[in-house]
Design a binder for this molecule. Structure first.
Ligand code: G4P
Length: 529
């Protein structure tokens, strides 16, 4: 197969959801269809002995949750699929956001009884920032669900994206019979499936065959469905692949990941509609994945994934061309040529050494401490520099200090290294003369991870005193001087490691007040690395 064919069959996406909406269950079903696993339940064990795919750190094992993300690759229907696993726990970190930077599209799982939830909103915002296609899977139709039209309305209003249902549920709860395929104009019914297997009988019945439809779903359901189809045809946005690919319209699917209703039909349509690996911007120019030789960018760095190895792994997304074993590449930021030896694909507790990989794929490379998040790798003669990954606004802050004052050196080293990996952000007081470090995280779980890692890897005990701030803003107006900013009484001035000034606020109201009081001040929720 040519490099072009290899790249064009790749589909790289992330599945996002609020915890418990069914992201893991849906991922498992995809893996089952791809033959990558044999039994559902092997992706994540919740607080049980079952092994988790990304169960790297002890803390994850202790709590039965997954903190880090990994990648799953499998083949299905002629496609080579890379699913980027984003942590599903309610506390997530910047890794979750960064993972979205490496994806070409996102599947958004929504619980039909809960609708749009806080984390769906947050993740959605990041997808929106990149304009990647978003596919909506409304899950758990085998339980009582909210009104279908209201769910669509909620997505449109809360997330500000137009919706286009590709299939439509036939009943819900115990009366959930299957879905109506609007493109093929067919009723798709399912027989009950054993939990955890993909077997079960699927029937496709043309809607025009009223007799067969009535037999399958009953007269009452059929009448309701026909009314709903008419309503939908008149009211919903029409199918527009260009708008979908631009992230302006989300195709909506309904189903039940648990019972497999509507899952395979979703996967098939999704793979047809989503994009091949997207071109990325370098110095204002788009780098075509097929027409260029190997290039990649680092989106995540993870240390000590395996205690026995004490290694640090840089995860990179290949943006163009082909990687071949032992290839020599240029690390652009470091200005050095290096050999990419033994890159790995990391799935479950296994690490597979790769001989080749293509644009769209994710590889993990041993990092002797030279990579930073956002770094570019390319061939020696090429001049590529991918645009940086934004720093996402932490929402929780704490003052941190080491308990044993003699261990200041280890403490600073440890916390700086962990910050370089991007797990936390560290800040300093501005003009107070205090040496204390302020740490900011996207999800509070990262505080525990920090404490745990400092103790276990650097032998430093720390104390964290939570601070009340929830909003951070980078100052982007060039001429603004931090000293001159007149803020509200609850505003705090700090600086980051690069000495850039920042402001902390307790609430949005203070952000608005400060903007009002300082003409010309421009604040941003995102910094750039
Ligand atoms: P997450 O990764 O988004 O956090 O969600 P996950 O798939 O772990 O699903 C959360 C719970 O919802 C699980 O139940 C799962 O079985 C259930 N679930 C997922 N999809 C469906 C569905 O389509 N219908 C129904 N009825 N339930 C669904 P649990 O009891 O927390 O865990 P488990 O013991 O079943 O694994």
């Amino acid at each position: 197969m040519s490099v072009k064919e290899e790249i064009n069959k790749r589909r790289t996406f992330a599945i996002i959801s609020h915890p418990d909406a069914g992201k893991t269950t849906l991922t498992e079903k995809f893996l089952l269809y791809g033959g990558a696993i044999n039994l559902a339940g092997s992706v994540k064990g919740k607080a049980t002995a079952r092994h988790a795919v990304s169960d790297w750190m002890e803390i994850e094992k202790e709590r039965g949750i997954s903190v880090t993300s990994s990648v799953m690759q499998f083949n299905y229907g002629g496609y080579c699929i890379n699913i980027l696993d984003t942590p599903g726990h309610q506390d997530f970190s910047e890794d979750t956001y960064r993972t979205l930077m490496a994806a070409d599209s996102a599947v958004m799982v929504i619980d039909a009884a809960k609708g749009v939830e806080p984390q769906t909103r947050k993740l959605f915002k990041v997808c929106g920032m990149r304009g990647i296609p978003i596919f909506t899977f409304i899950n758990k139709l085998d339980r009582d669900a909210n009104d279908t039209f209201e769910l669509l309305d909620e997505i449109e209003k809360e997330l500000g994206i137009a919706t286009c249902p590709i299939n439509w549920p036939i009943g819900c709860g115990k009366m959930f019979k299957g879905v109506y395929d609007r493109q093929k104009k067919a009723v798709v019914t399912y027989s009950d499936t054993e939990k955890g297997t993909k077997e079960g009988e699927t029937k496709h019945i043309p809607i025009d065959d009223a007799k067969a439809v009535e037999e399958a779903i009953g007269k009452e359901r059929m009448d309701i469905l026909n009314d709903e189809i008419d309503l939908l045809d008149g009211a919903s946005d029409s199918y527009d692949l260009e708008a979908i690919r631009a992230g302006k319209l989300t195709p909506v699917f309904f189903g039940s990941a648990l019972t497999n209703f509507g899952v395979e039909i979703f996967l098939k349509y999704f793979l047809e509609m989503t994009t091949t690996p997207l071109a990325r911007r370098s110095k204002g120019e788009l780098i075509d994945p097929v027409d260029n030789a190997f290039s990649a960018f680092v989106f995540k760095i993870q240390a000590n994934m395996n205690k026995a190895h004490r290694d640090r792994i840089a995860f990179m997304r290949i943006c163009s061309g082909k990687y071949e074993s032992n290839m020599e590449v240029k690390h652009v930021q470091g200005g050095k040529v290096m050999r990419l030896s033994r890159p790995q694909q990391i799935m479950a507790d296994e690490r597979k050494i790769l001989d080749e990989a293509y644009a769209g794929d994710i590889i993990g490379v041993f990092d002797p401490g030279i990579f930073s998040i956002g770094d570019t790798l390319c061939m020696q003669g090429d001049d590529i520099l991918y645009e940086g990954i934004p720093t996402f606004a932490p929402e929780h802050f704490a003052r941190v200090r080491q308990i044993d004052t003699m261990k200041r050196k280890q403490f600073v080293k440890g916390i700086t290294q962990i910050a370089q990996e991007g797990a936390i952000q560290i800040f300093q007081e501005y003009n107070t003369g205090l040496e204390e470090i302020i740490v900011g995280v996207v999800g509070v779980l990262q505080f525990d991870v920090l404490k745990y890692r400092l103790e276990n890897e650097y032998n430093v005990e720390i104390k964290l005193d939570p601070l009340p701030y929830e909003h951070i803003r980078w100052i982007v107006s060039a001429e603004t001087e931090l000293d001159k900013i007149v803020g509200t009484s609850d505003m705090k001035k700090i600086k980051d490691l690069k000495d850039r000034p920042l402001l902390l606020f307790i609430n949005e109201w203070s952000v608005g007040m400060t903007l009002d009081r300082n003409k010309g001040l421009v604040l941003s929720e995102f910094g750039t690395e």
